[in-house]
Write a protein that binds this ligand. Structure first.
Ligand SMILES: [Zn+2]
Length: 310
């Protein structure tokens, strides 16, 4: 797995202290990607024409939308992000995109998200005959991605996230609707959960993936469950992220990833650890531990989810 990056994704929100381009420092520019037509065709796979026009206009006019301050450069960042994402989705690489996407819905920008990059790429792959399983380990629940595929049996959405956190969705009871019932799963993690709980949550992922039998896995890689993240209260370490990478390597299903959150100076190290894991490099082991109370609570949540899906 290679890390794909184009510095034009840094043009969005340049002065933001939370979701600013500082997050992407350390990576080297290695791709050209400014194909507006390709990106807009991709956007329309998931988003309505009204939504695309609204974001475009807001970027042109320097409006603030949801929690993001926009500029013409923001739109360029979105276009470049989707071009990088497409390349990553086809060739099983990691796209360093900015802004993130997993809260964006068909007709709604939400939080820091304008277009739902992962949902768009999953839809593209689905239309090209792939059966896609999305795994989202951002500290926040990807309510946008869940919403987009909630009634769709052909794309599975699985999220682990901090329990009780904004956007306050992602309960174990949310398992999809209509034909999509049983192809959505949420495993909320207790505040303070460390790498040991992360490892256990991957056992659940393995079970779901085994049953769903995907031809492609898309990972919404948000690094805000990291121990040093100011927005999250989970306690994953670099060793934990490397373990996730090794887990997906061992699974052997073609896998790509896009960046979601992660609001600290170690996004480079976290991404590197994850990608090293997927490339079969083992340098660090899972490090952080949860206390007994957290583990007991997690077991109860896990049982609830498995019971619901049975
Ligand atoms: Zn997040």
């Amino acid at each position: 797995m290679k890390i794909l990056f184009n510095k034009s994704v840094m043009g969005h929100n340049p002065n933001c202290k939370v979701e600013g381009p500082y997050r992407l420092s350390g990576f080297s520019h290695n791709r050209s990607c400014s194909e507006v037509n390709t990106a807009e065709k991709l956007m329309s796979l998931v988003h309505s024409p009204e939504h695309i026009d609204k974001i475009k206009g807001a970027c042109k006019n320097h409006y603030t939308l949801a929690e993001a301050r926009l500029s013409p450069e923001s739109y360029i960042s979105c276009v470049s992000s989707l071009n990088l994402g497409l390349e990553a989705a086809i060739e099983n690489n990691f796209a360093l995109i900015h802004p993130p996407g997993h809260h964006a819905k068909r007709n709604e920008a939400k939080g820091l998200c304008l277009f739902n990059n992962m949902a768009i790429l999953a839809k593209y792959l689905q239309e090209n005959g792939e059966r896609v399983f999305i795994y989202d380990f951002d500290v926040h629940h990807g309510d946008g991605t869940q919403d987009i595929f909630y009634k769709d049996p052909e794309v599975f959405y699985f999220s682990t996230h901090e329990e009780g956190k904004w956007p306050y969705t992602g309960d174990t009871s949310e398992i999809g609707e209509a034909g999509g019932r049983g192809s959505n799963a949420n495993l909320p993690l207790p505040m303070g959960a460390g790498d040991d709980i992360l490892k256990d949550s991957l056992d659940v992922a393995a079970k779901l993936i085994w049953n769903f039998n995907p031809t492609k896995i898309g990972i919404s890689a948000g690094f805000d469950a990291y121990s040093k993240d100011p927005l999250g209260n989970l306690n994953f370490s670099l060793g934990g992220y490397q373990y996730i990478g090794r887990f997906f390597r061992e699974l052997g299903v073609p896998t790509f990833a896009v960046l979601e959150g992660g609001y600290h100076n170690d996004v480079y190290d976290c991404t590197r650890a994850f990608v090293d894991g997927i490339n079969g490099i083992k340098i660090i082991s899972p490090q952080t531990k949860s206390d007994v109370k957290m583990i007991d609570h997690f077991q109860e949540t896990k049982d609830k989810l498995l019971e619901k899906l049975d």
